[in-house]
Ligand binder design. Structure first.
Ligand SMILES: Nc1ncnc2c1ncn2[C@@H]1O[C@H](COP(=O)(O)OP(=O)(O)OP(=O)(O)O)[C@@H](O)[C@H]1O
Ligand SMILES: [Mg+2]
Length: 580
């Protein structure tokens, strides 16, 4: 509750004015039948009363109009602002999430929570502000007016209202779980849509549109079934409600006409009484609807709350040297073990010990899935080690502030993306203040300058979402340039030149060694050629380091390395043979 009040507070005036305006409408609604009764009662006797009542009716109508407009306006304003702030904070929270936090929620579900669930809350706030006073006000006002008008006739209500209440309660109790399962299927549908649309290129290249359409149709029809299941109950409510209403009215007219005939009640009062009965029953209905929306909003609120309450499992609250920045870039792994799923037996990294001197260039090679990406992820704390420690310049990475640590460590991720925007925008992700010349200089180091200048708009060319309109190798080079612009002390290239031809790769590497002299460089690669010239090569296998040395040393000492080397050189030889 406290959490939501935070979003109410800044807009308190709207939250108060909205319902206040609604009171005006309620007062009008309650008074109107009374005036009408007086007009009808006075129609054949005293003209004076009718005119007064008619004037009062016009004034009341105007008041109701003002109240209605004000209530809707302030209600909408309160709800929209509430939702905007809630969305802002939820988004900000997701930005703090670690990779592990995101793995836990899954992207699709985060998107649903940020959009659909926030909208549910917004609708709820809007409805609450408009109905919270209006419905009970009309209910109570109607009851008072009806009872004061003709107590004996009100006994009819004593029978029908409880019957209606019980029926509505039963229907809601049945409908709520059905709405909940509908919400879960909305989640599933969104997950399908999100995955499909993000990866539409893969879908098309595999000509899997039909399969994807079927998958979507499946999620869609499951949602339809759940929706129908829930709606069926709601369908009954309206006619049932009408049935109750008319049954009550018939009873009122039946008993009421007797009273009128006996001369104990003017006929205008009977018509007003019928209107009050109508009001009482429909406001009961609205209260029921409000309950319904409340329980749905509570489900959404819970889902948003889960995101807001999630503790980013990688944080720098306990950092011992929050002001320390990375100076030299010497890296040590000491007894590092790690698992993605903590209950797995097999660790992904198994007691790794590794010393990387400052300013050296280190290659990491090993079969796919052996843990190379995982190993380097420990340096900028994309994941935290389970056992052991990772040190930079002799200080545990946990003791730096996350900002300083990640400023010091530039990582070109294996699965990398560009954002929509110009090339300048994308490269300035690394350094927002870099001048055009600087951007171009670093792009040159990454061998990106040449192809960018062939684009019609050069560095002002627009990149599509995900970098769809540049080639794989071009994208990799832009991603490297982006990381270089950070001027990191430690640069990690995770398979970052895999789509770049060998000559260009050599050009990038030589630029890195001359222009980024005082930077420790870690290069993960599949090709021996990519790591051949480094100061030290680390050979990994199945989560462990099996050998360390230079290319020539490893050819002597490491069988794994020799095998990789031979397999790759034999390929090149046979290719050469074919070419000849
Ligand atoms: N986010 C993740 N959640 C769960 N398991 C993961 C995750 N990322 C990687 N793994 C698993 O951890 C192991 C090591 O993966 P890693 O990405 O480190 O391999 P790699 O050596 O970089 O492989 P490649 O050469 O193909 O990039 C693999 O078995 C992989 O399935
Ligand atoms: Mg990898």
């Amino acid at each position: 509750m406290k959490r939501w009040l935070k979003y109410v507070k800044p807009y308190l005036p709207y939250f108060i004015l909205g319902p206040l305006c609604m009171i005006l409408e309620v007062v009008g609604e309650v008074l109107m039948p009374k005036f009408l009764a007086e007009v009808i009662n006075g129609a054949d006797s005293d003209i004076g009363i009718s005119v007064t009542s008619m004037v009062l009716m016009i004034l009341t109508a105007l008041m109701m109009m003002a109240g209605g407009i004000g209530g809707a306006y302030f209600g909408a304003k309160a709800a929209v602002n509430f939702a905007t702030d809630l969305r802002r904070d939820t988004f900000a929270k997701i930005q703090e999430f670690s990779f592990a936090n995101i793995d836990k929620f899954r992207t699709g579900s985060l998107v649903t929570r940020l959009t659909n669930d926030v909208t549910q809350m917004q609708n709820f706030v809007n409805m609450l502000l408009r109905m919270a006073l209006r419905s009970p006000g009309m209910l109570i006002g109607g009851l008072i007016m009806a009872i004061s008008m003709q107590p004996s006739l009100s006994l009819v209500l004593a029978v029908t209202v409880p019957m209606l209440l019980i029926t509505i309660a039963i229907l809601i109790a049945l409908a709520f779980p059905r709405f909940q399962s509908m919400q879960m299927r909305v989640d599933a549908l969104n997950a399908t849509v999100q995955e499909n649309i993000t990866n539409i290129r893969v879908v098309k290249s595999f000509v899997r549109e039909d399969y994807e359409s079927e998958k979507f149709a499946d999620a869609n029809s499951r949602l339809k079934a759940a929706g129908m299941h829930a709606t069926k109950l709601m369908i009954i409510i309206m006619p049932l409600m009408n049935f109750f209403m008319y049954a009550t009215i018939i009873a009122v007219v039946f008993f009421g006409s007797g009273i009128v005939l006996e001369g104990d009640m003017p006929v205008g009062d009977l018509s007003a009484f019928v209107t009050y009965v109508n009001q009482i029953l429909s406001s009961l209905m609205m209260v029921a609807m409000l309950f319904m929306t409340t329980s749905r909003a509570m489900a959404s609120g819970k889902r948003i709350g889960e995101v807001l309450d999630e503790h980013p499992d990688i944080n720098d609250e306990d950092a011992r040297y929050p002001d320390l920045t990375v100076k030299d870039g010497a890296i040590s792994f000491r007894g590092v073990s790690f698992r993605y799923y903590k209950d797995n037996d097999e660790p992904v990294l198994d007691k790794i010990d590794l010393e990387i001197p400052a300013r050296s260039t280190v290659g990491i090679i090993g079969s796919t899935g052996c843990g190379k990406t995982t190993l380097v992820s420990m340096i900028p704390r994309l994941y935290d080690v389970d056992e052991g420690e990772v040190l930079i310049d002799g200080v545990n990475v946990r003791d730096y502030s996350l900002y300083n640590l990640r400023e010091g460590v530039g990582m070109v991720l294996q699965k990398n993306v560009l954002f929509s925007g110009t090339i300048y925008d994308n490269l300035r992700f690394g350094d927002a203040d870099a001048s055009d010349e600087e951007v171009q200089r670093f792009a040159t180091y990454a061998a990106a300058d040449k192809f960018v200048s062939t684009f019609k708009d050069g560095y002002d060319s627009e990149i599509e979402q995900g970098g769809a309109n540049v080639s794989g190798g071009q994208k990799q080079r832009l991603c490297i340039a982006r990381a270089l612009l950070k001027r990191p002390k430690v640069l990690i290239l995770d398979d970052s030149t895999s789509a770049v031809d060998t000559a260009t790769e050599r050009q990038i590497q030589s630029a890195l060694s001359t222009e980024l002299e005082d930077c420790t460089k870690i290069i993960i690669a599949q090709r021996i050629n990519s790591v051949k010239g480094t100061d030290m090569i680390v050979v990994m296998d199945d989560g462990a380091i099996t050998a360390i040395g230079t290319h020539d040393e490893l050819l002597e000492t490491s069988e794994t390395y020799r095998e990789i080397f031979e397999s790759q050189s034999s390929v090149t030889e046979s290719e050469r043979g074919e070419a000849v």
